[in-house]
Design a protein around this ligand. Structure first.
Ligand SMILES: Cc1cc2nc3c(=O)[nH]c(=O)nc-3n(C[C@H](O)[C@H](O)[C@H](O)COP(=O)(O)OP(=O)(O)OC[C@H]3O[C@@H](n4cnc5c(N)ncnc54)[C@H](O)[C@@H]3O)c2cc1C
Length: 404
């Protein structure tokens, strides 16, 4: 089997090519050395090029896609196009407690299903047979939505499930990281079926997806053999939640956010994430984030930050099921300040500089993306402290633990 196109490290592993290949010849396989998914050609290929046309890895034309989706380019460089921001949580305590933040993605999907506004939603659960692998699928019942709640901090080829949307008529919502939404939007450009059938695009704010090696690292910390894992859940049990691993022998192990949420994931960041400048899922209809705000440091149950980019009336419609309050956009920016500035100022600048100065030297791109001081306009002392001290200590500690 050979790789799709000549995409190499640019692949985001989103799975769009696998769903869109007219000959159904593309499969997503895990590259265990790198700990990421890669698309392989497994069958006939007539060189039609659809896989590359829908590939978000090779590039995303934000100007063109913003014009298609919102009819205008964004005024706000950090937020993208948006109308209102909210802070919210589901009124269903059980749902909220087991979700990532306030359970708003799941609650909205349940509302859309129950109101008959959609027939299904593209979501992701962990595979019951292979518990360390994600399983994207089309959920058609509230219980399937609940089963899929919670963030998966491993590579997810979510867009392979677009295939079912192409095959089965209906109205659908899709849930995905920025790179998944990029793939969906690019696929919609060439597929009328997808344009008509996908009626809601729910985007997850994302700094990066840790590779599978991050999960291996965490299991090693817990002293668990990967072959012994019966189930894994990365978030849940309140906010910000804990990693929970159940083993075949019945042990239940928890890893608290102080450790696994401490930035160690940066060690396992796939190459492609260092080139991504979209933190806020700017091409979604609504984006969802954790509320990393000083005033919410004592929050235990969880609340979700929401950026409404297009008003479909679903925030108002789901009001009875959720507690929703408007919030200033500046608060949303504050809650993501470090990651946002890294993406917009360091990664994006790195990309621009690379394209202009070093069009052919790949390694330079990576180095530029890694040079923090390039961002001379960082406004906050706190961020400087974080980058200069905390990040280095955490990274060294994680590296030491990993090599021990
Ligand atoms: C890899 C990753 C990185 C993130 N980085 C940030 C960040 O930097 N800052 C921040 O504020 N928030 C980040 N988040 C978002 C945050 O963890 C929550 O997803 C968000 O607050 C919504 O919470 P919720 O309770 O409303 O969602 P829930 O109701 O728990 O629903 C989550 C939904 O997302 C889907 N999903 C989960 N993981 C994935 C995945 N990897 N790929 C595709 N679909 C998935 C689930 O199937 C489910 O439908 C990240 C999430 C992920 C998965």
């Amino acid at each position: 089997m050979k790789n799709v196109g000549d995409v190499g490290d640019l692949c985001t592993g989103c799975g769009t090519c696998a769903a869109m290949c007219p000959l159904e010849s593309v499969v997503m396989r895990i590259d265990h050395d790198r700990g990421v998914y890669e698309p392989l050609v497994d069958g006939e290929c007539d060189g039609c090029g659809v896989c590359l046309r829908v590939c978000p890895g090779v590039g995303v034309d934000f100007t063109d896609l913003n014009m298609r989706v919102f009819g205008r380019e964004p005024d706000d460089m950090l937020m993208g196009n948006y109308e209102e921001c909210y802070i919210a949580h589901s009124r269903d305590d059980e749902l909220r407690y087991g979700a990532s933040s306030g359970g708003m993605i799941s609650q909205i999907l349940i509302y859309l299903l129950e109101e008959g506004l959609i027939d299904g939603a593209l979501v992701t659960r962990m595979n019951p047979e292979r518990p360390l692998e994600p399983e994207p699928f089309i959920a058609r019942t509230p219980s399937e939505i609940i089963e899929s709640r919670g963030s998966k901090y491993c590579p997810v080829p979510a867009n392979v499930a677009l295939k079912e949307i192409l095959e089965v008529p209906g109205r659908y919502a899709v849930v995905g990281l920025p790179c998944h939404i990029h793939g969906v939007r690019k696929a919609e450009v060439i597929s009328r079926k997808l344009r008509e059938r996908i009626v809601y695009h729910l985007g997850i704010v994302c700094n990066h997806t840790p590779s599978f090696r991050a999960t291996e690292f965490l299991l090693e910390r817990l002293g668990v053999d990967p072959g012994d894992v019966k189930s894994i859940r990365y978030r849940g049990e309140g906010w910000p939640g804990s990693l929970r691993v159940e083993t075949e022998s019945g042990d239940l192990l928890l890893l608290l956010p102080e450790y696994w949420g401490s930035g160690f994931g940066q060690l396992f960041m796939p190459e492609r994430c260092r080139l991504c400048a979209d933190h806020m899922a700017e091409l979604s209809d609504i984006s969802f984030a954790d509320p990393w705000l000083k005033e919410l440091k004592d929050e235990k149950k969880g609340r979700t930050l929401i950026i409404q980019r297009k008003n479909h009336g679903i925030i108002e419609g789901s009001d009875g099921l959720c507690e929703i309050e408007p919030i200033q956009a500046s608060k949303v920016i504050t809650s993501q300040i470090y990651n946002l500035y890294m993406k917009k100022k360091v990664y994006q600048r790195g990309n621009d500089l690379y394209r202009t100065v070093f069009p052919k030297i790949d390694i330079i791109d990576r180095l530029i993306a890694l040079i923090y001081p390039q961002n001379l306009r960082i406004p906050r002392k706190l961020m400087l402290k974080y980058m200069a001290i905390y990040q280095i200590i955490v990274t060294l500690k994680a590296r030491r633990d990993f090599l021990r």
